[in-house]
Design a protein around this ligand. Structure first.
Ligand code: HPA
Ligand code: ZN
Length: 335
């Protein structure tokens, strides 16, 4: 199974680039930028990665991102993640980035997007990994602030496929961002959002009906509302599930109790993702391996999950089909 998973062609659809910041690289970049960080060693950083909830994690995650200053920093961060994609047979990835985490500190939007997108271009060329970018608005900030970010993004619109919504969910419902999402869609961005991770099913309804999202990040709490589940299936919208994130942030108490198999059983389209791999203990393949073991998933289940990852990506139909053919060939040869 491990071998089958490692070689399985797949896409990653829920990944925060700031969440790929491994302690080793964080130390190196902090040092070259002469920024003091409060941890004295890599071990100390790792020991701090114990979370009771989403907010605990976010506090540490925003601190870590604070050492990123130059275009090269963003390039190195992104390229390092894309190398891991290549090693795991992640053929395509849709990368979220949080511009406000950086623009708030005086880093220009241009620096962030240029570093990230150059790494994506180089990875396509050198590693054969394709990628698209998702600009995520921070929901703990105001809608006005999100509008500023939208404005800053416009000169770089050709580099960005979609908008997302992340950060502290409780108390920050999707409806808070109705207008900026409408404006983003007018600019050609595809609307996506985190919903139902810690927030209630009602937030998932809002994300669907008010923000008109095309994919739900997490969405675990959708299961609490039968009518919502039916509607998600009717609209053919996928949930990007993140097993190790769910246990790290105590959204799920134990992987054995993870609702993934239930989701699949009732007809929801789900994918497996790492969310913030440097913080939650594993890249996408480790997420696959852990959930396969916990829920005794079959090769056919794994194939289904990989198929969804291409099917519900934001790629055009031609590119999707190429990856789906590659996956089908792999499955036929390895069943
Ligand atoms: N949820 C909300 N915001 C985030 C996450 C998450 O899982 N990861 C990074 N920002
Ligand atoms: Zn996320």
């Amino acid at each position: 199974m491990k071998h089958f998973i490692e070689n399985l062609p797949k896409a990653e659809l829920h990944l925060h680039i700031e969440g790929t910041f491994e302690p080793e690289l964080m130390f190196a970049i902090a040092q070259r930028n002469a920024i003091a960080i409060k941890y004295k060693s890599i071990e100390e950083i790792k020991a701090a990665y114990q979370f009771d909830c989403l907010q605990d994690f976010l506090d540490i995650y925003y601190q870590g991102a604070g050492v990123l200053i130059t275009e090269k920093d963003f390039y190195d961060l992104t390229y390092s993640y894309l190398q891991k994609c290549a090693a795991q047979n992640v053929r395509h990835t849709e990368i979220m980035f949080d511009p406000q985490t950086h623009t708030e500190r005086g880093i220009s939007f241009e620096t962030v997007i240029t570093g990230i997108s150059k790494a994506c271009n180089d990875a396509k060329e050198n590693l054969g990994v394709s990628s698209l970018l998702i600009m995520s608005y921070l929901r703990h900030l105001s809608e006005e602030d999100a509008f500023k970010t939208l404005q800053q993004s416009l000169p770089f619109k050709h580099l960005i496929a979609a908008v997302g919504l992340d950060s502290s969910e409780k108390g920050n419902p999707p409806s808070k961002f109705q207008q900026v999402f409408e404006a983003s869609v007018k600019e050609g961005y595809i609307p996506l959002a985190h919903a139902g991770e810690e927030g209630p099913a009602e937030y998932v309804w809002e994300a669907l009906d008010i923000l008109k999202i095309k994919r739900i990040d997490h969405g675990n709490n959708s299961l609490q509302d039968e009518a919502l589940v039916k509607e998600i299936i009717r609209r053919d919208i996928a949930l990007t599930v993140c097993p190790l994130s769910n246990t790290a942030l105590q959204v799920v108490d134990n992987l054995k109790n993870h609702p993934l198999k239930k989701m699949m059983g009732i007809g929801l389209k789900v994918t497996i993702n790492s969310d913030d791999p440097a913080y939650f203990g594993g890249q996408v393949n480790q997420n696959f391996i852990a959930i396969q073991e916990a829920l005794q998933l079959t090769k056919n289940d794994l194939y289904e999950l990989a198929k969804n990852s291409f099917q519900y990506s934001l790629l055009d139909t031609v590119a999707k089909q190429q990856y789906l053919d590659e996956l089908d060939n792999y499955y036929k040869d390895n069943i």
